[in-house]
Design a protein around this ligand. Structure first.
Ligand code: NDP
Length: 245
């Protein structure tokens, strides 16, 4: 039997792209999925799709920038399913630009969603997983979490930070509480992430390369693989990118 079956999996940013694909794939493999994001109408439609295919899922409106929303998401999941086996810190934004453009509000947004969002997720769920003496926290970094390019300084900084936080979590929790910590690092993937770009220069680059992106289902398969390994086996990092890039 797959080690995904019957696991309770919470996914932030599940209203589109990689989060949506992961929710659908994991539900298909027998997980009970809690989809969180801000756009409730999108969440309702995805939950409906999952249920129509025979899967189990519920949704909850939550903004990862609010630690209160993250605590409410945990409370909702516990009241519904009684435990949390896997938490996927997937929500993210990428309004990339050159530093000299001084898009300070967008720097703040990336730091808030991509770093603080991950930390607030961990803060909300870690006490529960420690109590359970088991759990798995999966966080979405990026190939930009390993390499910086012009226009990606702040986004890359947030994704380097995701790796640092996940590695710290692994070092602190794996031995004593058996909590697994995994980093998933996608390369270019066809999603709505590029819609958050406002810099004309970066929009032009994104338009040129976006067609080369892989399907979000390819990233979902990597997430499913990490979850499905036996509980004594930790997949600490997976990078998945287009063959051509
Ligand atoms: P999408 O834009 O399709 O999905 C992003 C999701 O994050 C949406 O569901 C959005 O939902 C949610 N989100 C954004 N802000 C918030 C917030 N404040 N609170 C809660 N949810 C929020 O992009 P992807 O699927 O591509 O992105 C998923 C992750 O993968 C991100 O962390 C991204 O950085 C990473 N990634 C993506 C790559 C790519 O090429 N696509 C490459 C490398 C990494 P809503 O607006 O409804 O709240």
């Amino acid at each position: 039997m797959e080690n995904i079956q019957n696991k309770v999996v919470v996914i932030t940013g599940a209203s589109s792209g990689i989060g949506e694909a992961a929710a659908k794939l994991l539900a298909q493999k027998g997980a009970k999925v809690v989809l969180a994001a801000r756009r409730e109408d999108r969440l309702f439609a995805i939950v409906n799709d999952i249920k129509q295919s025979g899967g189990e899922a519920v949704s909850f409106r939550a903004d990862v920038v609010s630690s209160e929303d993250m605590e409410n998401l945990v409370a909702f999941t516990l009241s519904h399913y009684g435990r949390i086996d896997v938490w996927v810190n997937n929500a993210g934004v990428m309004p990339s630009s050159r530093l000299s453009e001084l898009r300070v509000a967008e720097w703040d947004q990336m730091i808030d969603v991509n770093i603080k969002g991950v930390l607030y997720g961990i803060a909300a769920v870690l006490p529960i997983m420690r109590e359970q003496q088991a759990g798995h926290i999966i966080s979405l970094s990026s190939t930009s979490g390993y390499q910086v390019s012009p226009t990606s300084a702040v986004y890359a900084a947030t994704k380097f930070a995701v790796r640092a936080i996940s590695e710290g979590l692994r070092l602190e929790e794996s031995a004593s509480s058996r909590i697994r910590s995994t980093v998933i690092a996608p390369g270019l993937t066809k999603t709505e992430l590029f819609d958050t770009i406002t810099s004309p220069e970066v929009q032009m680059i994104a338009n040129q390369i976006s067609e080369m992106g892989i399907s979000p289902t390819s990233i979902a398969r990597a997430i499913a693989f990490a979850i499905n390994e036996p509980d004594d086996t930790l997949i600490s990092e997976i990078m998945v990118r287009p063959t051509a890039l």
